[in-house]
Every structure is written in C-alpha cells, then in structure tokens.
Design a protein around this ligand. Sequence first.
Ligand SMILES: C[S@@+](CC[C@H](N)C(=O)[O-])C[C@H]1O[C@@H](n2cnc3c(N)ncnc32)[C@H](O)[C@@H]1O
Length: 203
Amino acid sequence: MKLNLGERLITNNPLRAFIQRRIEGPMLKRMAGFESYPLCLEIGCGRGVGAEIIVEQFGAQRVIATDVDSEQIERAKKNLSPEFKDKIEFRVADAMALDEPDNKFDAVFSFGVIHHMEDWRKAVKEVSRVLKNGGELFFEEPLREFTSIFTKGSMLSIIATHPAGGMFSFDEFKDELKNNNVDIISIKHFGNIAIFGVGRKRR
Ligand SMILES: C[S@@+](CC[C@H](N)C(=O)[O-])C[C@H]1O[C@@H](n2cnc3c(N)ncnc32)[C@H](O)[C@@H]1O
C-alpha cells in the first residue's frame, strides 16, 4: 500500500536516511551470515537510501531496488549518487507479485516494508521464491502491537496508515518464513514493537 502524506514526510527526509545508514544498516550487517552478497533485491526501496547501503555495507555488485509507488521510484532515481549508477537499478514492482525468476538473489532486503502489504504472507512467499537456496532475507519490521494503532480510521492514521493485512506477531512472521523454507538465523527484538533480523533459505 502506498504511503500517506504523514508517512511520506517521515520516510523521505535526511533524519530517516541518517538512521538507516548509521544505525539500521550496520545492525543488520552484524547479523549477516556472509561477508558480501553480489546480487540483491530490495523491496519497497522508497527514496533509495537502502539500495546505496546494500552496495556500501553488504558488498553488492548489483541491486535491483523496487517499489510499488512510481513517485518513490522517480525520487530514488533523482537522489542516486553518480558512483552508484552502474550498480543500482530502480524499478516499479509489487512485492506481492515479483516479476523475477525463482532462486535468483543472494539477498533480499525489506527496510520496513512487509508490514505495508495488503497481504504480508504473499510478500513472504515471493521473497522466498526469488532467493537462492542459502540466500538471506534481511528485515526490519514493526509488529502488530505497534502497527495496529495506525489502522485506517484511527486518530493516528493521519500520521501513518497500515493495512490490516500487514499486521503480524513475531511468532506468525517466524512461522510464515519457516513455511516458506526460510529459517531465522539472527533476531533482535525491541519489546513487542519491532524486530530486526536475518533469515536464510534452506539449501
Ligand atoms: C515505510 S516505507 C519504507 C521505505 C524505505 N525502505 C525506507 O526504509 O525508508 C514503505 C515503502 O514500501 C512501499 N510499498 C508499499 N507496498 C508495497 C508493495 N506492495 N510492493 C512494493 N513496495 C511497497 C511504499 O511505497 C514505501 O516506499
């Protein structure tokens, strides 16, 4: 689901970029199973900072960075620093129906995206399908306790709106990954509010 105005302002700003680059990227990198990931997919890339982090911090040679919102993709293309132009390609794509072959990517990244899906289970299925066996899924996601206060129609939905189909607990998320051949290899919980982690697709 596309972002509302409030969440666009929260997401498309230098503070978010700073946090993503300096805190979230390094935290996920410390949980990684491998030194580098040559071919990567990012879902819900937003303004495009994540794709640069994937090159800089995860050693990607090539990143396909996707978002369902063409405005975000245009913004990401404009923001892209010239030194990344031969490594990063931005494309409009729905993470619940990826136009990519099975077993293609060394890693897939979701920087706060799966909880924005109308049907998060479809995105988990797609992400697992396009990962190589042994490939890794990097994720940071808020959990139902947090996302449920931003449901459509609530007072807080002015700030952000989260679809009912994107709400999950940690156990539901872990079990769905498992059902799709992805086992969590590293996880950090921030109370019941959010999780940061890495899953690896079984060989
Ligand atoms: C909270 S923003 C995160 C953006 C960026 N990853 C970041 O960390 O700053 C969620 C992004 O997911 C995108 N999104 C929502 N539903 C999507 C879908 N079905 N497929 C792909 N992207 C989607 C939104 O357009 C938005 O850019």
